[in-house]
Design a protein around this ligand. Structure first.
Ligand SMILES: NC(=O)c1ccc[n+]([C@@H]2O[C@H](COP(=O)([O-])OP(=O)(O)OC[C@H]3O[C@@H](n4cnc5c(N)ncnc54)[C@H](O)[C@@H]3O)[C@@H](O)[C@H]2O)c1
Length: 410
């Protein structure tokens, strides 16, 4: 049985490892997070990912922080986090730490697959580093490929079975080794260079980020002209065959929000990605300005519905909602309450996490910050609100085709 080590058993590495095990590979999970390892050994999923709890419950995966076990495996996948620094610069420290810790334990014939999202030229850097600090030679006695993960959270198991796998490699041995792993996935496989593979991943995410920025820019324009963006979108999109304009929203998340920087760190000028970042990052402030045009935030009770970075998710990483809350705070409201049904905690940051009805009791201003399914039942929301309450619904979650609504006028 072929043996695989997954280094970084988070949102990408854990579902990937469970899926590989379901295909018959022998998998070991390595992570530096001791608390996470304990949860995994107790066979508890640390986050929501459909189908994974069942696989984990019946899994034989060993979870460890001992990197030396890699000497007993055939393939090593690196799935550690690659955030941006506070600068426009990838924080490669996790990848670098892993590569350094691997070298003393590596064996001839092994394969290393980088699966974390990285900036162009990172795989080339990993190759140079490995060859400089060891006697191994990529393509001769060790394999190296960049095989990006392109799935969306909460669709991991479904998309691992369907998304084509990009294989960035520059020698035959590495390609053959990658095929040994990915052929059983029964998906299309595309061979390309390191940099093309790195760019495919970044272009996929950046294209979405730009599309949402276009939608957000148009919403800002419409609101500045005091027009209804949802009327305009319906008129622009209906039966129009050339192009589709997306809905506006708080566009963020651990991938979309950072990946623009991985291209931008290598280019000196302004570009569309940077402009998109600016627009998407401006949206929380835009929503505050919009609310302030219609109501006094100072002294008001404000409810924020949703806290995670995307719909029906429990992932808060890189959400724009904390930023929205900080801007609300600067307007000195009397009270802020949150409602985040996907988080079990009673308190988020320092605010109470209430159910919808409690959060809306006596509320003056409501921001629908995330388009969770719980918020699309507008009957519950209208019933709980007082007549003069103002609602800012950038996602059109309530289905009223208006960003700015007053209960008494709906
Ligand atoms: N989350 C997604 O939907 C998604 C989708 C596609 C690609 N990606 C990319 O995949 C990578 C991982 O993302 P994620 O969401 O799984 O992150 P994550 O934070 O959920 O998981 C990363 C794990 O790596 C571990 N780790 C970090 N440094 C380590 C080290 N030196 N040794 C051992 N373990 C270490 C962390 O403790 C953590 O558990 C990132 O590059 C991300 O951009 C994420």
């Amino acid at each position: 049985m072929k043996k695989i080590a997954i280094i970084g058993t988070g949102r990408v590495g854990l579902p990937f490892g469970l899926f590989l095990e379901s295909l018959g590979f022998s998998v070991t999970g390595i992570d530096k997070d001791i608390a996470l390892l304990k949860i995994l050994r107790d066979r508890i999923m640390p986050f929501e990912e459909p189908g994974c709890q069942d696989l984990l419950t019946h899994s034989r995966i060993q979870f460890t922080d001992d990197i030396s076990i890699i000497k007993n495996v055939d393939y090593i996948f690196i799935t550690v986090g690659t955030p941006l620094m506070p600068h426009i610069e990838t924080d490669l420290s996790n990848v670098e730490a892993v590569i350094k810790s691997l070298i003393p334990h590596m064996q001839k014939g092994q394969s290393i697959f980088l699966r974390s999202t990285v900036a162009p030229r990172t795989t080339e850097y990993v190759k140079s580093f490995l060859e400089e600090h060891s006697s191994f030679r990529i393509g001769k006695n060790i394999a190296l490929a960049f095989c990006p993960e392109r799935l969306a959270e909460h669709k991991a198991l479904a998309e691992l079975k369907t998304l084509p796998q990009i294989i960035g490699c520059e020698d035959e041995l590495s390609y053959e080794k990658a095929i040994e792993i990915f052929a059983p996935f029964n998906v299309k496989m595309f061979k390309t260079t390191y940099i093309s593979a790195e760019l495919v991943k970044l272009f996929n995410n950046s294209a979405r980020y730009i599309e949402f920025a276009v939608a957000n820019q148009f919403a800002i324009y419409a609101n500045e002209f005091d027009q209804n963006i949802y009327d305009i979108l319906r008129l622009a999109n209906e039966d129009y065959p050339r192009g589709f304009i997306y809905r506006p929203g708080l566009t963020a998340g651990t991938c979309l929000r950072k990946d623009f920087g991985m291209i931008n760190e290598l280019s000196p000028g302004s570009d569309l990605l940077l402009a998109s970042w600016k627009i998407n990052e401006f949206m929380p402030y835009h929503l505050i300005e919009l609310a302030a045009r219609h109501a006094e935030i100072k002294g008001a009770k404000v409810a924020v519905l949703g806290y995670t970075f995307k719909r029906d998710s429990d992932d808060t990483r890189d959400s724009l909602v904390p930023k929205l809350i900080r801007y609300i705070e600067r307007k000195v409201p009397h009270e802020i309450v949150l409602c985040e049904p996907n988080l079990k905690t009673q308190v988020i940051e320092r605010y109470a996490n209430r159910n919808i009805s409690e959060a809306l009791q006596g509320t003056d201003i409501v921001f629908v910050a995330v388009n969770h399914k719980e918020f699309s039942n507008s009957n519950i929301i209208w019933k709980a609100l007082k007549p003069e309450a103002l609602v800012i619904d950038i996602w059109n979650c309530l289905g009223k085709n208006q960003v700015v609504l007053r209960k008494e006028r709906v």
